[in-house]
Design a protein around this ligand. Structure first.
Ligand code: NI
Length: 236
């Protein structure tokens, strides 16, 4: 979910960012390799699912050959295990968005750890791949949260383009914000939990393709990430 953009940008600059092209670990190597030094790469990210409507989104992405990253909520992943497994099987990346979507900065460290660790375990069980990325709900993070992420081998992924899809009920407004935010290395925030967002996706895919963009996962975009470190976009 959303956060203050200024804070996100600051964290990203402070953290330092990894350049394309990625040299991903063998297990995380994408099915089709994309050299983001040559291609105009951008990462679509979908938070707060999976929900039944995620199936429709997966179909849209597959038809367009686009890969995305899903930051799943643990309780929803366990309610819809087939969707998580399918997303991974179709080349998407699965990241940890905590078990219950709390504001982590308000929790004691032991609970932060549990929120992250439980969902990390669920993702590993459902996909056979241990996640390396985590997105804090509301973008709310601090040194304490970062320390727990580091312990669990999770990098923190924020975003630099907010489609404000949690506010808009109009697919064309969401699509416009996403398309206006397109630039190489961008990480775009959306929510597959919202049907309006899914309705905006065909327009985003069409417009981005026409502008020569390739949709990749966050790990393809960033390359290897450092646990505990915060990323908002790829180095440009
Ligand atoms: Ni969220």
């Amino acid at each position: 979910m959303r956060m203050r953009a200024v804070g996100a940008a600051f964290l990203g600059i402070a953290a330092g960012l990894w350049p394309c092209p990625p040299a991903a670990a063998a297990a995380d190597r994408p099915q089709t390799r994309v050299d983001c030094a040559q291609a105009k790469c951008v990462a679509l990210t979908f938070d707060d699912g999976p929900v039944p409507g995620t199936a429709r989104l997966l179909g849209l992405l597959r038809r367009s050959g686009a890969r995305a990253t899903f930051f799943v909520v643990g309780v929803r992943a366990r309610a819809h295990p087939g969707l998580v497994a399918r997303a991974r099987a179709e080349g998407h990346e699965i990241g940890d968005h905590t078990e219950h979507h709390p504001r982590l900065t308000a929790l004691p460290s032991a609970r932060v750890h549990r929120e992250l660790a439980t969902t990390r375990r669920t993702i590993t069980r459902l996909t056979g791949t241990r996640p390396t990325l985590f997105r804090p709900p509301y973008g709310a993070t601090d040194r304490r949260v970062a320390a727990q992420a580091r312990r669990l081998g999770l990098a923190q992924v924020l975003w630099d383009v907010d489609t404000l899809d949690w506010r808009h009920r109009d697919p064309s407004a969401i699509a416009r914000r996403a398309v206006n935010g397109l630039r190489p290395g961008a990480i775009i925030l959306m929510h597959d939990s919202r049907p309006t967002t899914v309705s905006a996706v065909p327009r985003i895919l069409r417009a981005a393709k026409a502008k020569g963009y390739t949709f990749v996962t966050v790990t393809e975009l960033l390359g290897p990430t450092v646990p505990g470190r915060t990323y908002v976009h790829a180095r440009r």
